[in-house]
Design a protein around this ligand. Structure first.
Ligand code: ADE
Ligand code: ZN
Length: 311
């Protein structure tokens, strides 16, 4: 494989912002649920806007019924990451949605973590709470994460609809998670403005999921740079959910030039029809990232990992 694509493929990479449930390819979903049609699945992998995406994400996640289903999609994801020379991944598990579905959490975690341990990709889990759910639901997610810090779990995050669940609502949950030694990587500044990022930083966030709306606030950009807090940028995600209107308007280059640490990620690769190699290719083709800059992005993906990992 020649050219920039080959260069990117060969770079050892880490994924720090990736949702297991968003990594399920349509073909895998059809294998899991024989009652689905290909047309129905295809229709759920296209979105008019961010809230439409969240509805699809919930629809996909509801198809996972057993620990074996969770194990199956984990294996598929890790096999694909290995082919892309992704050596390390921090994978968000939508724990809040598993509890909402009324499923028994322990066997599901055992199943996915067994796949993780069997893979050549080194994995840490981030348990994700749903910000539009109640604080007690978020606390339960943090408790489940805290019980497993010695068993593959690195962190706690919140995702979902920022507009309906400001970070401050979860102050006591973040405080609990920190006391228990969990690392904090909430989504913020994806669909709402810089104030959500500021609120997340006040609660101890160490990385920001997306965070692209930071560009609207120069003082915040300086703070992120000076405190070495990275943004987990997911270009294709932002275009597919409409949080940026066009690819050309994506602020990746501005964030990078401002000296704010950046890590490139896929977010929900199957649902956004992308791969990590593809995200690096977009950085090169659309935003003029040179090979030296791409290498720096790949180095960042290890530097800002929550666990020391070899590259
Ligand atoms: N859950 C899965 N993907 C997400 C995203 N991009 N934003 C918020 N929550 C999510
Ligand atoms: Zn995400």
């Amino acid at each position: 494989m020649a050219g920039v694509r080959g260069f990117i493929q060969e770079l050892p990479k880490a994924e720090l912002h990736l949702h297991l449930e968003g990594s399920i390819e349509p073909a895998t979903l059809l294998e899991l649920d024989a009652s689905l049609t290909a047309e129905e699945v295809k229709a759920h992998y296209q979105y008019a806007n961010f809230l439409g995406f969240l509805r699809s994400y919930e629809w996909v996640t509801r198809r996972l019924r057993t620990p074996a289903d969770y194990a199956h999609v984990t294996r598929r994801l890790l096999d694909r990451l290995a082919t892309e020379n992704v050596r390390y991944a921090e994978i968000n598990l939508s724990t809040g949605v598993i509890l909402w579905k009324g499923q028994d959490f322990a066997p599901i975690y055992e199943a996915v973590n067994a796949e993780a341990r069997a893979s050549s990709v080194e994995v840490r889990w981030i348990f994700d709470a749903v910000r539009q759910f109640a604080v007690e639901d978020g606390m339960r997610v943090a408790e489940l994460a805290a019980e497993r810090t010695g068993d593959g779990v690195a962190g706690f995050g919140i995702g979902g609809d920022e507009a309906r669940g400001p970070a401050g609502k979860f102050a006591e949950v973040f405080a609990f998670a920190r006391r228990k030694g969990l690392r904090l990587a909430p989504h913020a500044g994806e669909t709402t403005g810089p104030e959500t990022i500021r609120a997340s930083l006040e609660l101890g966030a160490e990385r920001i999921g997306h965070g692209i709306r930071a560009v609207e606030d120069e003082a915040l950009m300086r703070y992120l740079r000076d405190h070495d807090i990275p943004l987990e940028v997911c270009i294709s995600s932002n275009v597919a959910t409409g949080v940026v209107e066009t690819l050309a308007e994506h602020p990746l280059r501005r964030i990078y030039e401002a000296g704010v640490p950046v890590v490139l990620n896929t977010d929900d690769p199957a649902m956004f029809h992308t791969t990590l190699v593809r995200e690096y290719e977009i950085a090169a083709a659309q935003f003029g990232f040179t090979e030296a800059e791409l290498r720096r992005l790949a180095e960042n993906s290890f530097r800002y990992a929550f666990s020391a990992c070899g590259s």
